[in-house]
Design a protein around this ligand. Structure first.
Ligand code: PAF
Length: 297
């Protein structure tokens, strides 16, 4: 039996033509944008899209405009044949792997910018707001190229998903945005393309990130703490024991990402830290309503 490998399209006109043909035959279109280095988290997004649409487009494009460090861009893992294989296995029908010149042709001079606390806090503060400008610009270009019914993003990049929802609403882009749960390994480590760069010791150390988020969530949900600061301190202490100093460890409002003033309602606990030379992010949502407290890691 020959292995099914989906078609890889490299240009926007070809992509539009292919999708138009399938739409004419009655298909709806799901879209999973990626920067490649696909892992089980991407596969879960593609599988979900495939369960809801006849056509699933997976883009594979390492977007230079959203990296604030040249070495980070250079070291970003790239393996297109493996990505196309993984996307196919998860149910993709089209892979779109454009060149940098296809997305940013000569003379490209536009930018999509979301301003306010949503992009100035957490990742925006650490990586610079230019990271989100680059992400928002490429996602807008990709949404225009694919014109999907639904686009799927992972909750691990919670701030990215909020920023995408913001500009899709503001720019009236006709697409539904789905944010799907973070996929974790058996030990709780959030799956990330960057994990491929961790040594065995680094993976062990990185487990402290999800453990720290859980420690803060437990402190909130079991009532052992009564302020966001104290809950944050519980998480930071867990990281300290593993030898990790976070870039941020924040208890926030999940809609605005502003610091939580009190322990009530649903809260988003977010963390970024460099482990083994690799910058990792993770987050967890917790209900601070004591009578119905649950943490979803
Ligand atoms: O989450 C990512 O992999 C990227 O930020 C995205 C959405 C593919 C845009 O480059």
């Amino acid at each position: 039996m020959t292995e099914r490998i989906v078609q890889t399209i490299r240009t926007v006109p070809q992509l539009r033509e292919e999708i138009a043909g399938r739409r004419a035959a009655g298909a709806t279109v799901g879209f999973v944008p990626t920067m490649g280095a696909l892992h089980a988290g991407h596969s879960a997004l593609i599988e979900r899209a495939a369960s809801e649409h006849e056509v699933v487009v997976v883009s594979i494009f390492v977007n230079p405009a959203q990296f604030n460090r040249a070495d980070d861009l250079e070291q970003y893992p790239r393996n297109e044949p493996a990505d196309v294989k993984a996307a196919t296995a998860a149910g993709a029908t089209i892979c779109f792997a454009p060149s940098v010149a296809e997305i940013y042709p000569q003379g490209f001079a536009s930018s999509v910018q979301v301003r306010g606390p949503l992009t100035e806090t957490l990742e925006g503060k650490e990586r610079g707001v230019g990271h989100f400008d680059g992400m928002a610009t490429v996602v807008t270009v990709l949404l225009n190229a694919v014109a999907p019914d639904v686009a799927y993003f992972g909750a691990k990049d919670a701030q990215q998903a909020l920023v995408v929802r913001r500009f899709v609403t503001d720019l009236q882009i006709p697409v539904e945005i789905v944010t799907a749960d973070t996929v974790r390994d058996a030990n709780g480590l959030a799956l990330s393309s960057r994990n491929a760069r961790l040594s065995a010791g680094g993976i062990e150390q990185a487990l402290a990130i999800s453990a720290a988020l859980q420690a803060a969530a437990n402190a909130i949900s079991d009532g052992s703490t009564d302020s966001p600061e104290a809950a944050g301190a519980a998480g930071i202490e867990r990281l300290r024991l593993a030898g990790i100093t976070p870039e941020y460890f924040a208890i926030t409002d999940p809609a605005t990402l502003e610091p939580a003033r009190q322990l009530s309602g649903t809260l988003l606990i977010a963390c970024a830290a460099t482990v083994d030379g690799v910058r990792l992010i993770d987050n967890l949502t917790v209900s601070a309503n004591r009578e119905a407290a649950t943490a979803s890691c």
